[in-house]
Unconditional design. Sequence first.
Length: 197
Amino acid sequence: MGKMLAEVAQQLHDANKKVQLIYAFNGTGKTRLSRAFKQLIAPKGEGDEAMSSALADKKVLYYSAFTEDLFYWDNDLEWDAEPKLKIQANAFTKWVLEEQGQDQSITTAFQRYTSDKLTPHFSADFSSVSFSFERGNEAPEPHIKISKGEESNFIWSVFNALLEQVIAELNIPEVADRSTDVFNRLTYVFVDDPVSW
């Protein structure tokens, strides 16, 4: 990049456009740009670390490698029988899964991107998800490990559930009529590297 990341972030901010698309090859700094943009919009000052993690304080939501890092595999190496995708809880995952109960809409979106036979099963406390492949016959495949592409689709489906909820709430013009005030400060959504989904 010819410009410093902070300059590009400022240029994105100042453009005052609803949608902006940036194309760049891997390794050029798209993820670092998303962090620079977030820092410009909602800088973290000393002492407000805990406050800035609350969903209601967000001015920008972003999907990036950091979002994908909230999910990691427990491959059940001891028994090699029940691999599961662990979910690191944060304000985003707690709100979507625990508070709003969006697990069914996540499943629907995931199956739309993959197969209606590939089914996620959330643990009761939403700390993990396992997957099965239901063929509709007597030979279902429980506890399978999904591919990296399917994993990315699943994580996008979680983020997509949040986006759909955000859009539905912010489309209600009267703030007092909204079912939640969690998104009232939200101004930007930054999606990093959509090609990898």
